[in-house]
Design a protein around this ligand. Structure first.
Ligand SMILES: Nc1ncnc2c1ncn2[C@@H]1O[C@H](COP(=O)(O)OP(=O)(O)OP(=O)(O)O)[C@@H](O)[C@H]1O
Ligand SMILES: [Mg+2]
Length: 270
C-alpha cells in the first residue's frame, strides 16, 4: 500500500477526571510519517511528546482527532484489528530493565512473545528462532541464556528491540530510548535503530530533546511546545534556520552524545 504509514490529524489528548482541572497535553497536532522514514519529535519536558506517542498507539483514553495507520483508523479498530496493530506498531521505552520480565532469560522472552502471538507452535520451535532475532540486534546466540540482570543496559535495549521485531514490528516509537544508558553506548543503540530502518525498512518515530541527535537519525523533525507543533521540516532546514526561538534554545543545549554520533558519522563517511 502507498501513502504514509502513519497519518495523524488534529490530535488532542486531555487528562483529568470530571470536576478536576483538565490538562490539555496535546492540543491539535497533525503530521505524517512516511514508510521507511524516521520522524524526530523534540521539545522541552512536559511538551506532550510521550502523550502523543501513547495516543498514537491507542493507549490514551481522552483522545480526539484522527489517527490512521496503514490506511486504517486506529481509534475505530475492533479487538482483532487492535491486536494485529499492536504487533505492527510498538513502543521502545527509556528504561530497558523496566520493560523486561526479570525472571525470563532473553531467549525465553522472545519465545514467549512469539508463542503468545501464535507465531511459534511450541516453546522449542520458538527457542530455535530466538537466536536469529538476537543476531538481528547484534547479540550472539549465547545471550539467549542470560537473565535481564546479567545484561548491560545497552544489551537489554537490544533484547527489547528483538522482542518487538520478532512479532513483526514495522513501526517503532522510541521514547528517549537511550537516555537511561551510558553515554558510551547511546550512539550504538541509536545507530542500531538507524540500521534497522535502512536494512529492514523499519519506520520509526524518535522522541528526544536533542536536535543534534535528530540530525543524525531523523529525516524530518517536529518541535513541540506546550502540546503544539511550533516548527517542523527536514532536520537540516530546521537546524540551519531555526525560526522559532525555542529551537535555538534546544540547539544550544546539545549533550555529549552528539560528539559520539558525530564521530561515528565521520567514520562511516571515510
Ligand atoms: N497521566 C497523566 N495525568 C495527568 N497529566 C499528565 C499525565 N501524563 C502527562 N501529563 C501532563 O501532560 C503534559 C505532557 O506530558 P508528557 O509526559 O507527554 O510530556 P513529555 O514531552 O513527554 O515530557 P518529558 O520530556 O519530560 O518526557 C504535562 O503537562 C504532564 O504533566
Ligand atoms: Mg516523555
Amino acid at each position: 500500500m502507498s501513502g504514509p504509514l502513519l497519518q495523524v490529524d488534529s490530535l488532542r489528548v486531555t487528562y483529568g477526571a470530571p470536576g478536576r482541572r483538565v490538562v490539555e497535553a496535546v492540543r491539535g497536532v497533525s503530521f505524517e510519517v512516511l514508510r521507511g522514514r524516521c520522524l524526530g519529535v523534540v521539545g522541552e519536558s512536559g511538551s506532550g511528546k510521550s502523550t502523543l506517542a501513547r495516543a498514537v498507539l491507542g493507549l490514551e483514553e481522552r483522545v480526539d482527532g484522527r489517527i490512521e495507520f496503514d490506511g486504517r483508523e486506529v481509534l475505530r479498530m475492533g479487538r482483532a484489528e487492535i491486536r494485529a496493530f499492536r504487533r505492527r506498531a510498538q513502543m521502545v521505552f527509556q528504561d530497558p530493565m523496566g520493560s523486561l520480565n526479570p525472571r525470563l532469560k532473553a531467549g525465553a522472552a522472545l519465545a514467549e512473545v512469539r508463542r503468545v502471538h501464535g507465531l511459534a507452535k511450541t516453546r522449542r520451535e520458538a527457542a530455535a528462532q530466538a537466536a536469529d532475532w538476537l543476531a538481528t540486534v547484534g547479540l550472539d546466540a549465547a545471550y539467549a541464556n542470560r537473565f535481564p540482570h546479567e545484561l548491560s543496559g545497552g544489551q537489554r535495549q537490544r533484547v527489547n528491540l528483538a522482542r518487538a521485531l520478532c512479532v513483526g514490528a514495522e513501526f517503532l516509537i522510541a521514547d528517549e530510548p537511550v537516555s537511561a544508558l551510558d553515554v558510551s553506548v547511546q550512539a550504538q543503540i541509536l545507530n542500531l535503530l538507524k540500521s534497522l530502518q535502512e536494512t529492514r525498512g523499519i519506520t520509526w518515530l524518535l522522541i528526544g530533546h536533542d536536535l543534534a541527535v535528530m540530525r543524525q537519525m531523523a529525516d524530518e523533525v517536529l518541535v513541540m511546545k506546550e502540546g503544539r507543533i511550533v516548527e517542523r521540516g527536514p532536520v537540516d532546514e530546521v537546524l540551519a534556520r531555526p525560526a522559532h526561538s525555542y529551537t535555538k534554545e534546544l540547539l544550544s543545549a546539545a549533550p555529549s552524545v552528539r560528539q559520539a554520533l558525530d564521530r561515528r558519522a565521520a567514520e562511516r563517511a571515510v
